[in-house]
Design a protein around this ligand. Structure first.
Ligand code: KIV
Length: 299
Protein backbone atom coordinates (compact mmCIF):
# COMPACT_ATOMS: atom_id res chain seq x y z
CA UNK A 1 0.00 0.00 0.00
CA UNK A 2 1.18 3.53 -0.77
CA UNK A 3 2.68 5.49 2.13
CA UNK A 4 2.45 8.81 0.24
CA UNK A 5 0.30 11.49 1.88
CA UNK A 6 -3.30 11.52 0.64
CA UNK A 7 -3.51 14.68 -1.48
CA UNK A 8 -6.54 15.63 -3.55
CA UNK A 9 -4.94 15.32 -7.00
CA UNK A 10 -7.57 17.15 -8.98
CA UNK A 11 -6.93 20.89 -8.64
CA UNK A 12 -4.64 22.62 -11.09
CA UNK A 13 -1.10 22.86 -9.72
CA UNK A 14 0.17 26.44 -9.39
CA UNK A 15 3.32 28.07 -8.05
CA UNK A 16 1.40 28.42 -4.76
CA UNK A 17 0.79 24.65 -4.70
CA UNK A 18 4.50 24.05 -5.28
CA UNK A 19 5.57 26.45 -2.51
CA UNK A 20 3.01 24.74 -0.24
CA UNK A 21 4.52 21.32 -0.99
CA UNK A 22 7.99 22.62 -0.07
CA UNK A 23 6.69 24.21 3.13
CA UNK A 24 5.07 20.91 4.19
CA UNK A 25 8.11 18.86 3.19
CA UNK A 26 6.13 16.98 0.53
CA UNK A 27 7.91 15.89 -2.63
CA UNK A 28 6.79 17.16 -6.05
CA UNK A 29 6.75 14.70 -8.95
CA UNK A 30 8.24 16.16 -12.12
CA UNK A 31 8.50 14.46 -15.51
CA UNK A 32 9.36 15.49 -19.05
CA UNK A 33 6.65 15.26 -21.71
CA UNK A 34 6.70 16.22 -25.35
CA UNK A 35 3.32 15.09 -26.67
CA UNK A 36 -0.40 15.00 -25.94
CA UNK A 37 -0.81 11.33 -24.91
CA UNK A 38 2.13 11.46 -22.49
CA UNK A 39 0.70 14.60 -20.89
CA UNK A 40 -2.73 12.95 -20.51
CA UNK A 41 -1.24 9.78 -18.98
CA UNK A 42 1.00 11.78 -16.61
CA UNK A 43 -1.96 13.87 -15.53
CA UNK A 44 -4.01 10.73 -14.86
CA UNK A 45 -1.10 9.35 -12.81
CA UNK A 46 -1.07 12.47 -10.61
CA UNK A 47 2.29 13.87 -11.79
CA UNK A 48 2.58 17.43 -10.43
CA UNK A 49 4.79 19.09 -13.05
CA UNK A 50 5.64 18.49 -16.69
CA UNK A 51 8.75 19.88 -18.34
CA UNK A 52 8.57 20.25 -22.09
CA UNK A 53 12.33 19.94 -22.24
CA UNK A 54 14.65 20.94 -25.03
CA UNK A 55 15.74 17.33 -24.52
CA UNK A 56 13.02 16.75 -27.15
CA UNK A 57 15.88 17.43 -29.58
CA UNK A 58 17.43 14.11 -28.49
CA UNK A 59 14.49 12.04 -27.23
CA UNK A 60 12.05 12.79 -30.06
CA UNK A 61 13.95 14.37 -32.95
CA UNK A 62 17.09 12.20 -32.85
CA UNK A 63 19.66 15.02 -32.57
CA UNK A 64 22.93 14.41 -30.73
CA UNK A 65 22.51 17.37 -28.36
CA UNK A 66 19.84 19.81 -27.21
CA UNK A 67 21.24 22.96 -28.85
CA UNK A 68 19.82 22.32 -32.30
CA UNK A 69 16.14 22.58 -31.38
CA UNK A 70 14.34 25.80 -32.38
CA UNK A 71 11.55 27.87 -30.84
CA UNK A 72 9.26 26.83 -33.71
CA UNK A 73 9.85 23.14 -32.97
CA UNK A 74 9.52 23.66 -29.20
CA UNK A 75 6.19 25.42 -29.66
CA UNK A 76 4.73 22.34 -31.37
CA UNK A 77 5.68 20.15 -28.38
CA UNK A 78 4.62 22.79 -25.85
CA UNK A 79 1.16 23.23 -27.40
CA UNK A 80 0.55 19.46 -27.51
CA UNK A 81 1.52 19.00 -23.84
CA UNK A 82 -0.56 21.98 -22.72
CA UNK A 83 -3.61 20.50 -24.48
CA UNK A 84 -3.12 17.21 -22.59
CA UNK A 85 -2.30 18.51 -19.10
CA UNK A 86 -5.29 19.77 -17.18
CA UNK A 87 -3.89 19.45 -13.63
CA UNK A 88 -0.11 19.32 -13.98
CA UNK A 89 1.93 22.53 -13.94
CA UNK A 90 3.60 22.85 -17.35
CA UNK A 91 7.10 24.32 -17.70
CA UNK A 92 8.38 25.20 -21.19
CA UNK A 93 12.14 24.91 -21.63
CA UNK A 94 13.59 27.92 -23.46
CA UNK A 95 15.90 26.56 -26.18
CA UNK A 96 19.49 27.61 -26.86
CA UNK A 97 19.76 31.25 -28.04
CA UNK A 98 16.09 32.01 -27.36
CA UNK A 99 17.00 34.08 -24.26
CA UNK A 100 20.78 34.51 -24.02
CA UNK A 101 21.23 37.41 -26.47
CA UNK A 102 18.87 40.03 -25.03
CA UNK A 103 16.12 40.76 -22.52
CA UNK A 104 13.79 41.38 -25.44
CA UNK A 105 14.41 37.90 -26.91
CA UNK A 106 13.87 36.39 -23.46
CA UNK A 107 10.57 38.16 -22.84
CA UNK A 108 9.16 37.55 -26.33
CA UNK A 109 10.14 33.87 -26.47
CA UNK A 110 9.04 33.16 -22.89
CA UNK A 111 5.82 35.03 -23.70
CA UNK A 112 5.23 32.76 -26.70
CA UNK A 113 5.42 29.71 -24.39
CA UNK A 114 2.96 31.31 -21.96
CA UNK A 115 0.60 32.21 -24.82
CA UNK A 116 0.78 28.55 -25.93
CA UNK A 117 -0.46 27.48 -22.48
CA UNK A 118 2.67 27.01 -20.31
CA UNK A 119 2.49 27.93 -16.62
CA UNK A 120 6.19 28.81 -16.50
CA UNK A 121 9.42 28.72 -18.45
CA UNK A 122 12.86 27.36 -17.58
CA UNK A 123 16.24 28.72 -18.59
CA UNK A 124 19.78 27.52 -17.92
CA UNK A 125 22.53 29.40 -16.06
CA UNK A 126 23.13 31.35 -12.88
CA UNK A 127 24.21 34.92 -12.19
CA UNK A 128 25.01 35.53 -15.86
CA UNK A 129 21.36 34.99 -16.88
CA UNK A 130 19.88 36.70 -13.81
CA UNK A 131 19.17 39.93 -15.79
CA UNK A 132 17.16 37.86 -18.30
CA UNK A 133 15.27 36.18 -15.48
CA UNK A 134 14.50 39.61 -14.01
CA UNK A 135 13.23 40.83 -17.41
CA UNK A 136 10.92 37.81 -17.73
CA UNK A 137 9.62 37.97 -14.16
CA UNK A 138 9.06 41.74 -14.59
CA UNK A 139 6.89 40.80 -17.58
CA UNK A 140 4.78 38.62 -15.26
CA UNK A 141 6.26 35.27 -16.32
CA UNK A 142 7.07 32.53 -13.80
CA UNK A 143 10.66 31.39 -14.32
CA UNK A 144 12.48 28.28 -13.12
CA UNK A 145 16.28 28.47 -12.99
CA UNK A 146 18.50 25.52 -13.96
CA UNK A 147 21.95 25.01 -12.43
CA UNK A 148 24.60 22.29 -12.28
CA UNK A 149 24.95 20.33 -15.51
CA UNK A 150 23.41 22.71 -18.04
CA UNK A 151 23.37 20.92 -21.42
CA UNK A 152 23.17 24.15 -23.45
CA UNK A 153 26.73 24.93 -22.18
CA UNK A 154 28.13 21.44 -22.76
CA UNK A 155 31.14 22.83 -24.65
CA UNK A 156 32.15 24.95 -21.65
CA UNK A 157 31.47 22.14 -19.17
CA UNK A 158 33.51 19.63 -21.17
CA UNK A 159 30.66 17.13 -21.65
CA UNK A 160 28.09 15.40 -19.47
CA UNK A 161 29.97 15.68 -16.15
CA UNK A 162 28.78 15.71 -12.57
CA UNK A 163 28.99 19.26 -11.18
CA UNK A 164 29.48 20.64 -7.64
CA UNK A 165 32.07 18.11 -6.47
CA UNK A 166 34.03 20.49 -4.21
CA UNK A 167 33.00 22.96 -1.51
CA UNK A 168 34.25 25.82 -3.71
CA UNK A 169 32.09 24.62 -6.61
CA UNK A 170 29.06 24.28 -4.33
CA UNK A 171 29.62 27.80 -2.96
CA UNK A 172 29.59 29.08 -6.57
CA UNK A 173 26.30 27.27 -7.12
CA UNK A 174 24.86 28.97 -4.04
CA UNK A 175 25.88 32.39 -5.42
CA UNK A 176 24.11 31.49 -8.69
CA UNK A 177 21.05 30.13 -6.88
CA UNK A 178 20.72 33.32 -4.82
CA UNK A 179 21.14 35.48 -7.95
CA UNK A 180 18.27 33.60 -9.61
CA UNK A 181 16.10 33.80 -6.48
CA UNK A 182 16.79 37.56 -6.22
CA UNK A 183 15.85 37.96 -9.91
CA UNK A 184 12.43 36.50 -9.08
CA UNK A 185 12.78 32.82 -10.08
CA UNK A 186 9.99 30.84 -8.39
CA UNK A 187 12.00 27.58 -8.30
CA UNK A 188 15.32 26.01 -9.23
CA UNK A 189 16.29 22.79 -10.93
CA UNK A 190 19.65 21.19 -10.07
CA UNK A 191 21.09 18.68 -12.52
CA UNK A 192 23.82 16.09 -11.91
CA UNK A 193 25.13 17.05 -8.49
CA UNK A 194 26.20 14.88 -5.54
CA UNK A 195 23.33 14.65 -3.04
CA UNK A 196 25.29 16.60 -0.40
CA UNK A 197 25.88 19.47 -2.84
CA UNK A 198 22.21 19.69 -3.83
CA UNK A 199 21.12 19.60 -0.20
CA UNK A 200 23.59 22.40 0.63
CA UNK A 201 22.16 24.62 -2.12
CA UNK A 202 18.57 23.79 -1.18
CA UNK A 203 19.13 24.85 2.43
CA UNK A 204 20.38 28.26 1.36
CA UNK A 205 17.38 29.38 -0.71
CA UNK A 206 13.71 29.86 0.12
CA UNK A 207 12.23 28.72 -3.18
CA UNK A 208 11.51 25.08 -4.15
CA UNK A 209 14.54 23.22 -5.46
CA UNK A 210 14.03 20.22 -7.73
CA UNK A 211 16.65 17.73 -8.78
CA UNK A 212 17.49 15.50 -11.71
CA UNK A 213 20.38 13.29 -10.66
CA UNK A 214 20.84 15.42 -7.54
CA UNK A 215 19.92 12.94 -4.81
CA UNK A 216 16.95 12.72 -2.46
CA UNK A 217 17.33 15.89 -0.35
CA UNK A 218 15.49 18.27 -2.68
CA UNK A 219 11.84 19.30 -2.98
CA UNK A 220 11.01 17.02 -5.89
CA UNK A 221 12.42 14.75 -8.55
CA UNK A 222 12.55 15.25 -12.31
CA UNK A 223 13.22 12.43 -14.75
CA UNK A 224 13.18 12.27 -18.53
CA UNK A 225 10.14 10.19 -19.44
CA UNK A 226 12.04 8.29 -22.16
CA UNK A 227 14.68 7.27 -19.59
CA UNK A 228 12.20 5.69 -17.19
CA UNK A 229 10.04 4.18 -19.95
CA UNK A 230 13.01 2.65 -21.77
CA UNK A 231 12.43 4.25 -25.16
CA UNK A 232 15.40 6.61 -25.34
CA UNK A 233 17.40 5.70 -28.44
CA UNK A 234 21.02 6.61 -27.75
CA UNK A 235 24.13 5.90 -25.77
CA UNK A 236 23.48 8.00 -22.66
CA UNK A 237 22.51 5.89 -19.61
CA UNK A 238 22.59 8.14 -16.51
CA UNK A 239 23.19 6.25 -13.25
CA UNK A 240 20.39 8.15 -11.50
CA UNK A 241 17.64 6.64 -13.66
CA UNK A 242 15.40 3.79 -12.53
CA UNK A 243 13.60 2.00 -15.39
CA UNK A 244 9.86 1.47 -14.90
CA UNK A 245 9.18 -0.04 -18.34
CA UNK A 246 11.04 -1.45 -21.34
CA UNK A 247 9.11 0.27 -24.12
CA UNK A 248 11.90 -0.24 -26.65
CA UNK A 249 11.36 -4.02 -26.41
CA UNK A 250 7.56 -3.79 -26.18
CA UNK A 251 7.31 -1.54 -29.26
CA UNK A 252 9.89 -3.43 -31.36
CA UNK A 253 8.17 -6.74 -30.60
CA UNK A 254 4.74 -5.31 -31.47
CA UNK A 255 6.04 -4.00 -34.83
CA UNK A 256 7.78 -7.35 -35.53
CA UNK A 257 4.55 -9.28 -34.84
CA UNK A 258 2.57 -6.90 -37.08
CA UNK A 259 5.13 -7.34 -39.90
CA UNK A 260 4.89 -11.16 -39.56
CA UNK A 261 1.09 -11.02 -39.64
CA UNK A 262 1.02 -8.88 -42.79
CA UNK A 263 3.56 -11.05 -44.62
CA UNK A 264 1.81 -14.29 -43.65
CA UNK A 265 -1.64 -12.77 -44.43
CA UNK A 266 -2.89 -13.32 -40.85
CA UNK A 267 -3.71 -9.58 -40.83
CA UNK A 268 -6.22 -8.23 -41.63
CA UNK A 269 -8.70 -10.95 -40.52
CA UNK A 270 -12.45 -10.96 -41.24
CA UNK A 271 -13.06 -9.03 -37.99
CA UNK A 272 -10.99 -6.09 -39.36
CA UNK A 273 -13.00 -5.80 -42.60
CA UNK A 274 -16.06 -3.58 -43.13
CA UNK A 275 -19.26 -5.62 -43.70
CA UNK A 276 -21.32 -5.25 -46.87
CA UNK A 277 -24.76 -6.53 -47.86
CA UNK A 278 -24.40 -10.10 -49.29
CA UNK A 279 -26.21 -9.36 -52.57
CA UNK A 280 -23.98 -6.30 -53.18
CA UNK A 281 -20.92 -8.42 -52.41
CA UNK A 282 -22.08 -11.03 -54.94
CA UNK A 283 -22.61 -8.39 -57.63
CA UNK A 284 -19.14 -6.94 -57.00
CA UNK A 285 -17.64 -10.43 -57.16
CA UNK A 286 -19.45 -11.13 -60.43
CA UNK A 287 -18.27 -7.83 -61.91
CA UNK A 288 -14.70 -8.75 -60.91
CA UNK A 289 -14.90 -12.18 -62.59
CA UNK A 290 -12.78 -12.53 -65.78
CA UNK A 291 -14.69 -11.68 -69.02
CA UNK A 292 -15.97 -14.84 -70.82
CA UNK A 293 -16.17 -13.41 -74.37
CA UNK A 294 -12.98 -12.38 -76.15
CA UNK A 295 -12.13 -8.70 -75.97
CA UNK A 296 -12.88 -7.16 -79.41
CA UNK A 297 -9.86 -5.74 -81.20
CA UNK A 298 -9.84 -2.91 -83.75
CA UNK A 299 -7.97 -5.01 -86.36
O1 KIV B 1 15.44 19.45 -21.50
C1 KIV B 1 15.36 18.80 -20.45
O2 KIV B 1 14.72 17.74 -20.37
C2 KIV B 1 16.07 19.32 -19.29
C3 KIV B 1 16.39 18.36 -18.21
C4 KIV B 1 17.48 17.45 -18.61
C5 KIV B 1 16.72 19.05 -16.97
O3 KIV B 1 16.42 20.46 -19.27
Amino acid sequence: MSTAPAIARTRKVTTATLHGLRARGERAVFLTAYDYPTAVFADRAGVDMLLVGDSAAMTVLGHRSTVTITMTEMLVFVSAVCRGASRAFVVGDLPFLSYQASDRDAVLNAGAFIAAGCDAVKCEGGARVAPRVRAMTDAGIAVMGHLGLTPQSLGQLGGYRVQGKTLAAVERLVVDALALQDAGAFALLLEALPAAAASYVRQRVDIPVYGIGAGPDVDGQLVISHDILGNFVGEIRPRFVRRYAELDTVVTNAFREYADDVRSRRFPGPEHCYPIDASEANQIAAACAPATSPIPTSA
